[in-house]
Write a protein that binds this ligand. Structure first.
Ligand code: NAG
Ligand code: NAG
Ligand code: NAG
Ligand code: NAG
Ligand code: NAG
Ligand code: NAG
Ligand code: NAG
Ligand code: NAG
Ligand code: NAG
Ligand code: NAG
Ligand code: NAG
Ligand code: NAG
Length: 732
């Protein structure tokens, strides 16, 4: 998983491509203009800048930046017709080193773009307060230190666009400086570590100030009412900081605001109806995870331009305004994890642009509102963790674009009917319907095999009876299935390996019987890395929650696991299990398995969790298990094992509880009566060596433990938690 993360982040390198294209065009333009060349002073100044870079990491600039040639022809340099350097455009060049203050000596420089490099050190104050620079972009570098404050200056600075985001700047944010930057239009300082209060002096002085992004820092204190003076401010993003206090009335004087984001701060108080209605141009209102309480004011429905509304993870309550449907341009709404009540049917959801709606984790009652079925562009709908009930309407088939549908943990009835109705939603890829349909019979109906695009299916914790139905074998794209905590009986079907994409199977806590089906050991996605490459890396429309703090945005990021625990399986653990080389977790505990632990299990080198506890296994624990370097949880307790517990590798970190309930088993370091057994000295030496090699990997194992929570935080719904609202317990 870590590997996959790393790959994903490197994909941002793609941004390099268009810039190369741009640079080429710019170069051609330079060659084409028959103008006078740049001055020697400018060439020297640029050479000084080159001198500040690490020689091997200057993006090949030294090829064209040659002393004695016209610097207007140098890569990334644009000159005016009279040979004055106006633009230095060196984004995404792989530059390392420091930014030389000499650039401030280019007195005609208007546009400096050094973004997406690896530049370090501080931002030279001379550039920040240049007499010529209009656009300064040093975003996505490794610049740090404090930003120097400038006392008010007799003259102003011409800077209009300043982007210092995604660096490592610290300390307070300048407040006085802005007296001298009256031309400023856009300022982004997001993704740094600035702290202290946010001063609104920035807009008092900039009459044309339109965009401020200070999100993802460590700012604290109240939101200044002074932002109300930002009469031209269209975008204000101060989310993901440590701001406190209420939403000040004054803020709502900034009536040009189109995008307001205060998400993830420690605010208090309510969203005042007479205030919010003043921001009639809002298209994005993001107040998620802010601590707001109270009702959603009726006047929200007067924000006719609203396209995105985020009020998730707050303490809001009461009914939704019945007029909410007047926000006819709404595309995205989430009110997840609040205490809203009432029957959603009072709202007319006939919103043709609505694509994503998340009402989960509230106290809504009643049926799914009929009007939702008119939202023909709806892609994702989550109603999970409420008290919805009733049957599904045939009209749900109107939702032709529906891809993600979650109703987990409500009181819906008649699973046969639900699946029949949903059949028409041909685009469904994720269907999460667990903790409903209590005690019903799982339909065996052959006509249900039409979910041709389904990748994720969870029908857990429904106490369903019956056999694992054959129609599941027809869901050819299925990657992840969870049928745990039901009362399903019969064997594991032998067609299971027909599911060519399946890599996550949880059928734990049922009443299944028979042997560990041999077809399980042939699941293509668990066999060969080449097969995994076929998985499409599509993003989920809504994240699926695994633990309160971990969410998955891609199905392919889920761990590869087989959870068969808590059933009534008998027979041996088939040695063929050793073929599932890609398996991250295997849980066979609490069954009636007999025989020995097959040696072949030692070939599952990706394994992070292995739980064989509470069976009737005999024989010794294969010593080669200590070669499983990622194993972070191991449990063979309550079996009939004997002999010595392996040592070395991860095995030095497992506690006694991993082995308890095996009277004939002994740990060489702890039990004294192992002495009677012959122990291999050379084996021990090998183990010590290996231990040294593995120390580094152990840390990886710990991270893996956190990542792969399947068995530890067993049965917590993947679907739907953020806070600690749902205790970490087994859902049995
Ligand atoms: C700087 O260059 C990058 C990459 O070409 C571009 O995305 C960005 O918009 C530029 N910055 C400004 C302020 O124009
Ligand atoms: C080019 O000029 C700069 C500044 O004058 C100087 O530091 C550098 O050594 C020169 N480079 C070469 C290759 O002569
Ligand atoms: C540019 O710098 C690189 C790395 O320092 C060096 O390998 C290369 O020869 C230089 N090219 C020129 C034309 O000086
Ligand atoms: C700017 O140029 C002047 C004169 O050429 C020089 O003395 C000064 O050091 C330069 N400043 C920087 C920051 O390079
Ligand atoms: C947020 O601010 C509070 C006090 O206002 C402080 O106790 C807390 O440590 C701060 N949290 C962070 C993450 O800075
Ligand atoms: C907001 O506007 C009202 C009325 O226009 C005015 O009385 C109040 O002082 C203003 N508040 C701020 C902080 O600008
Ligand atoms: C819901 O809104 C739509 C479009 O505005 C309208 O056509 C329909 O009559 C409304 N339905 C109800 C029950 O008010
Ligand atoms: C169904 O999904 C496919 C592929 O994602 C998409 O091209 C198509 O437009 C979707 N159909 C509808 C009706 O949204
Ligand atoms: C469940 O739905 C099916 C199909 O819609 C219907 O035939 C059946 O009678 C329903 N069962 C119950 C118990 O309502
Ligand atoms: C589980 O299966 C056994 C044997 O088939 C049966 O006796 C028992 O009643 C079943 N238990 C449940 C809860 O279905
Ligand atoms: C397992 O099956 C046996 C016999 O078929 C039955 O007695 C026992 O109750 C079952 N155990 C469970 C947990 O269902
Ligand atoms: C383990 O895998 C290796 C090669 O990957 C193979 O040679 C060996 O036979 C396997 N061992 C077992 C016990 O399956």
């Amino acid at each position: 998983m870590l590997q996959r993360l790393r790959c994903a982040s490197s994909s941002s390198d793609k941004a390099v491509m268009p810039f190369h294209g741009l640079a080429v065009v710019l170069l051609l333009l330079c060659f084409a203009s028959p103008t006078s060349s740049c001055t020697e002073h400018e060439a020297t100044t640029l050479s000084d800048f080159l001198g500040g870079l690490v020689p091997g990491s200057n993006g090949g600039l030294n090829v064209s930046w040659v002393n004695g040639t016209d610097c207007c022809n140098w890569e990334g340099i644009v000159c005016s017709s009279d040979g004055i350097v106006t633009d230095v455009l060196l984004a995404s060049k792989g530059l390392r080193g420091v930014i030389s203050p000499s650039l401030a000596n280019l007195t005609g420089l208007l546009h400096l773009n050094l973004s997406h490099n690896s530049l370090e050190g501080s931002l030279p104050v001379e550039l920040f307060f240049s007499r010529s620079i209009v656009v300064l972009d040093v975003s996505f570098n490794r610049l740090g230190g404090h930003l120097q404050e400038i006392q008010s200056s007799s003259h102003g600075f011409p800077i209009k666009v300043l982007n210092i985001s995604s660096n490592s700047f610290t300390g307070p944010f300048p407040s006085k400086t802005w007296k001298a930057t009256k031309s400023l239009v856009a300022l982004s300082a997001s993704h740094n570590s600035f702290e202290g209060p946010i001063s609104s002096s920035i807009c008092i002085n900039g009459p044309s100030f339109a965009m401020l992004d200070l999100s993802h820092n460590k700012f604290s204190g109240n939101i200044s009412p002074g932002f109300g003076s930002c009469s031209m401010l269209r975008v204000l993003k101060v989310g993901h900081n440590n701001l406190t206090g209420p939403l000040p009335d004054g803020l709502f004087n900034a009536t040009s605001l189109e995008h307001l984001s205060l998400a993830n701060n420690g605010l208090q108080g309510v969203l005042d109806g007479s205030s919010i209605v003043k921001l009639s141009r809002l298209t994005v209102l993001d107040l998620g995870l802010t601590g707001l309480s109270g009702k959603m004011p009726d006047s929200v429905s007067q924000l006719r331009r609203l396209e995105e509304l985020y009020l998730d993870n707050n303490n809001m309550s009461g009914e939704l305004p019945s007029t909410l449907g007047n926000c006819s341009n709404l595309r995205y709404i989430t009110i997840r994890n609040n205490s809203f009540i009432g029957d959603l049917s009072t709202v007319n959801f006939t919103m043709l642009d609505l694509r994503i709606a998340d009402f989960s984790m509230n106290l809504f009652t009643g049926p799914i509102p009929e009007s939702i079925y008119s939202c023909s562009n709806l892609v994702a709908l989550r109603l999970a963790y409420n008290n919805f009930h009733g049957h599904f309407s045939p009209r749900i088939g109107n939702l032709r674009s529906l891809s993600f549908f979650s109703i987990t943990n409500n009181s819906f009835k008649n699973i046969t009917n639900a699946l029949q109705m949903l059949k028409s939603c041909k685009n469904l890829t994720s269907l999460l319907i667990g903790t409903n349909f209590k005690g019903e019979t799982i339909p065996q109906d052959e006509t249900i095999d039409v979910f041709e695009n389904l990748q994720v299916l969870t029908i857990d914790d429904c106490s369903l009876v019956g056999k694992i139905p054959l129609w599941i074998s027809k869901l050819a794209k299925l990657k992840m299935i969870d049928l745990s905590v039901n009362q399903l009986s019969g064997p594991i079907p032998s067609w299971i390996d027909e599911l060519g994409f399946l890599f996550y199977l949880d059928i734990s806590s049922n009443n299944l019987t028979g042997n560990i089906e041999i077809a399980l050991t042939k699941l293509p996605m668990l066999l060969l890395e080449e097969n995994v490459a076929k998985l499409d890396p599509k993003f989920l429309e809504l994240p699926v929650f695994w633990t309160p703090s971990r969410q998955y945005r891609m199905v392919s990021a889920f761990p590869r696991i087989l959870c068969l625990e808590n059933n009534n399986f008998t027979g041996i653990i088939p040695p063929e299990i050793g073929q599932l080389k890609l398996l991250d977790g295997l849980n066979l505990s609490s069954n009636s398995l007999t025989g020995e632990i097959p040696q072949e299990i030692c070939n599952l080198t990706n394994l992070q969790i292995l739980d064989l506890s509470n069976n009737q296994l005999t024989g010794e624990i294969p010593s080669a298990l200590s070669d499983l370097h990622f194993l972070s949880r191991f449990d063979v307790s309550n079996n009939k094992l004997e002999g010595e517990v392996p040592s070395g590798g991860q095995f030095d970190s497992f506690s006694n509880s991993s082995y308890s309930g095996n009277p004939k088993l002994c740990r060489p370091m702890i039990d004294n009566d192992c002495n009677s057994r012959p122990s291999s000295a050379s084996g021990k030496r090998r183990n010590n060596l290996r231990r040294a090699l593995v120390i580094g990997i152990t840390a990886g194992g710990l991270i893996a433990l956190i990542l792969l929570a399947c068995f530890l935080i067993a049965r917590l719904a993947y679907d739907d938690h953020t806070e600690n609202v749902v205790p970490l317990r087994r859902r049995r």
